[in-house]
Design a protein around this ligand. Structure first.
Ligand SMILES: Nc1nc2c(ncn2[C@@H]2O[C@H](COP(=O)(O)OP(=O)(O)OP(=O)(O)O)[C@@H](O)[C@H]2O)c(=O)[nH]1
Ligand SMILES: [Mg+2]
Length: 363
């Protein structure tokens, strides 16, 4: 007897012979296993401006694994001839000052004139950077989907010096990939400004108008670093307060010695949220760049920064080599205890450790 499915009477029910299935429904799924790239592949991809390759190279730069570092350093070296052709802006401000909101509008503003923008960060506390990645995704909503932008959160692990060096190296890769505008964001709560200052052409400090004593909380050193101070949230009934704060900052700046650049730092008010006063800020930045390019300070500062990073890198490697030496790791605790027990002075203990380290190197 014919099965009803195959009987003439129920033609519509006839089961067709199956067709051969592809081995995977989505052919692209197979690609999830990343192809291994050689140094040459990385460099070629970066120079072509391929953002996926750039991202992977930055991941290598950030990696703590020695084999990744070896490749990363070679890639950086080969990218160096293509780097340097950008304007680098440091953007700092206390948490809540409006950095992310501002970078979104600043970024769109500078991209209106063409070119490509990379937004990097230096944030040595890994805990915070995890939080701010989420925050930045929503606060930089326009920039994060802009085809000419590349946003990379701070490298998370390690000392401030280590984190900053990785960001400095990432700048090289981004520039080689054709990014001609680089923003480096940092939270204005301490040493990280110095690190950012050591790798940018213009240092922009975002401030808020507050209770009238805003100048007290700001470290003198940070203000001295600023090439421009901008008071954010000058909107609604906050406009007058912002203007007042601006004049207080202007007065305070007069008390500082004139900057080496010959430029007088400007103080402006704006609203990142309502996008007012943003053009004036960028007119100021470009005016500064023209000014220091004309008087030679632009190149001078970049040279100083290159020297700084050479010595920083040496210091970091020496420190790492010392503290990761297995013998030193063993001896450190014991010597420390001897110092605490007053059996050794700090200096003698340090000298003994260093001598032991240099002796070990000879073997
Ligand atoms: N009124 C007003 N509010 C603003 C302005 N800019 C930012 N805000 C608000 O201030 C808060 C903090 O802004 P963010 O851009 O996240 O500040 P941030 O400096 O990036 O903060 P962290 O990432 O925590 O360091 C948010 O609620 C913003 O909506 C502004 O121009 N005016
Ligand atoms: Mg933020």
């Amino acid at each position: 007897m014919v099965h009803p499915e195959n009987s003439e009477e129920y033609k519509g029910l006839i089961v067709n012979k199956g067709i051969e299935q592809p081995s995977s429904v989505n052919p692209y799924l197979k690609r999830t296993k990343k192809r291994h790239l050689s140094v040459g592949d990385y460099v070629e991809g970066i120079i072509k401006g391929d953002v996926t390759t750039l991202s992977r190279a930055v991941t290598l730069v950030e990696s703590v694994r020695t084999e990744h570092q070896v490749i990363a350093q070679e890639v950086i070296e080969k990218c160096l001839p293509y780097a340097g052709n950008s304007v680098r802006i440091g953007i700092s401000g206390v948490p809540g000052a409006g950095k992310s909101t501002s970078i979104d509008v600043f970024g769109l503003h500078v991209l209106q004139q063409g070119g490509k923008l990379a937004v990097l960060a230096i944030d040595p506390s890994s805990e915070r950077s995890k939080g701010s990645i989420l925050g930045d995704k929503t606060r930089m909503e326009k920039l994060s989907v802009h085809p000419d932008s590349f946003i990379r959160p701070s490298p998370s692990a390690g000392s401030l010096g280590g984190v900053a060096r990785k960001t400095r190296e990432t700048i090289v890769l981004c520039e080689a990939a054709g990014f001609d505008k680089i923003f480096v964001e940092t939270v204005g709560v301490g040493q990280s400004e110095t690190a950012v200052h050591s790798m940018v052409d213009f240092f922009l400090l975002i401030q808020l108008a507050g209770t009238g004593d805003e100048l007290q909380g700001i470290k003198r050193g940070i203000m001295e670093m600023a090439d421009g101070i901008v008071i954010n949230k000058a909107d609604g009934n906050n406009i007058d307060k912002a203007k007042l704060a601006a004049s207080q900052f202007r007065n305070a700046l007069h008390l500082f010695p004139a900057p080496e650049s010959g430029w007088t730092p400007q103080v402006l008010t704006y609203s990142g949220f309502y996008n007012t006063g943003v053009k004036e800020i960028w007119d100021m930045v470009y005016q500064y760049i023209d000014f220091v390019k004309a008087n030679g300070y632009f190149d001078f500062r970049r040279n100083e920064q290159s020297k700084y990073w050479m010595y920083e890198t040496i210091n970091e490697h020496l420190r790492d080599s010392f503290y990761h030496n297995p013998m030193i790791e063993k001896m450190l605790g014991e010597r420390e205890q001897q110092v605490l027990d007053r059996n050794l002075t700090s200096f003698v203990a340090a000298k003994k450790l260093l001598d032991a380290y240099f002796e070990a190197l000879k073997k």
